[in-house]
Every structure is written in C-alpha cells, then in structure tokens.
Design a binder for this molecule. Sequence first.
Ligand SMILES: Cc1cc2nc3c(=O)[nH]c(=O)nc-3n(C[C@H](O)[C@H](O)[C@H](O)COP(=O)(O)O)c2cc1C
Length: 248
Amino acid sequence: MSDGEVIRTLIQSHRSIRRFKSEPVPQYIIDDLVESARWAPSSHNVQAYSIICIRDQDTKKNLQELCGNQSYIGQCPVFFVFVMDFYRHALVSERHDSAFEVEEVENLLVGAVDTALASENFLLAARSYGLGGVMIGGIRNQAAEVARLLKLPEWTVPVMGMCIGYPGQDPWQKPRIGREAIYHEEHYETHNLEQHLEAYEKTSAEYYWKRTNGQRIDSWSSQMASYFAVKRRAELTDFIKKQGFPLK
Ligand SMILES: Cc1cc2nc3c(=O)[nH]c(=O)nc-3n(C[C@H](O)[C@H](O)[C@H](O)COP(=O)(O)O)c2cc1C
C-alpha cells in the first residue's frame, strides 16, 4: 500500500475503543501523540488548547465518576483531558498591555475547534501505533468539579476526555450517514433528504439488530430524537461564564 492508502485506511477504519489491555502506553509514544496534536491547523494560530495526561488511578476513578461513571476511564491505562485554553493568551495580552476580548461566542468556537482538531490528530496518531481510544464528552457533565480536580485556571474549559490504550476488543464499525445526505455541490440541497435518511434508518437499525443478535431494536433517528428531546448540561453555560467567557 502507498503511504496515502495507509493513511486513508487508518482514517476510514475508525471505531471507538472502550475496552483495553492492561499494557501501559510508553511515554515516548505519548510524546509523539502530543507532537501530532501540536501540528493540527489552528484558527489564527491561536493554538487554544492544552492536554492533560492522567495516569494516576485515583484521579482516573474520580474522573470516571464525574463523567457519568463510564468504566473505561478507570480501566484504560492512560486518560487525557483536552482543555480549551485561553489562559496563555490572557497572559500575553496583559504583557502587551492590550485588551483581552473573549466576550463573543466567536472565540469559544475558535477554541473548541482548535481543541477538537488537536484531539483528532492525537487519536489518529495513537491508532498509527496500534492503540485505540474513545473521546469522552462526559468530561463536561460536571465541568466545575473537573476544573477543581485538575486545577484548571480561568480562561480554560475541559472540552473532551480521551481513553487511550491497546485495544481489548474488536468492535464492529458503526455505520455512518450516507454520503448523499452530507455532501452537497454548489449549494445546500434538501431534495431527497427524506429518502437518504430512510436509507440510513435501515442501515443503522440493521447494525444494532445484527450486533446484538436481535436484542436491540434501535436506529439513528430514534437515538437523535431522544438525544434532542432533553436539555443537555445546562449548568455548563454558568461554568463557562465563570471561567471568564461572558458569552454575549
Ligand atoms: C466529542 C465526542 C465526545 C464523545 N463522548 C463520548 C462519551 O462520553 N462516552 C462514550 O462512550 N463515547 C463518546 N464518544 C464516542 C461516540 O459515541 C462515537 O464516536 C460515536 O458513537 C460513533 O461511534 P464510533 O466512534 O465507534 O464510530 C464521543 C465522541 C466525540 C467525537
């Protein structure tokens, strides 16, 4: 396979891994994952993220509870927290005796996007070493407690966690929404969307049915309907404001 094919195969064979071998992840590999994260593109080159590596079992157990008791956080050999981070920028602005404007939603998006891009680079690099992982949005369940535990300064928000380790499972690949539904040419197209969604309904229902030997009757649209039926992490807004972002 050419280098390009190897990279595309790696990207297109993505599956979240939630069970791990106990084998530790060597520090030289972690250093290289951080190096890969550092080379993610960044809006205005602000590089508004930090990565916290957690190996301590007590801290992982605490985080497991704070993230909705997701057992794989305690079970993975190493856990990472990806933090949207404007602390450095506040310092730099102060040093330049310059205003520090993060009132608008814009910089929140800038920071969240930067953090996400660094995270995905990190995960792909991990997979290139035969590691697997899962991102953990549950880190925002109790963001204020996470911030206390990890001593996060102002201007920072934990955006996602990531369990990393050598895979102890070989899960099926979860089907994605069809290309026809997400790809548009020249302008946004709603034509035939119902049809494309119906096709995904069948694929996703079949996936859950087959994966569970007929035990789980589920589909993407029913998952989305229940996901959006309730307000999520309402207290996160207050936490973000407390961290220094007025969200005007
Ligand atoms: C930002 C983000 C947060 C996520 N948070 C969680 C989480 O808290 N717990 C979990 O088990 N999976 C989490 N996931 C994994 C998704 O559930 C998973 O990517 C999705 O179901 C698709 O499955 P796949 O990654 O195996 O293809 C998260 C994924 C992303 C991108």
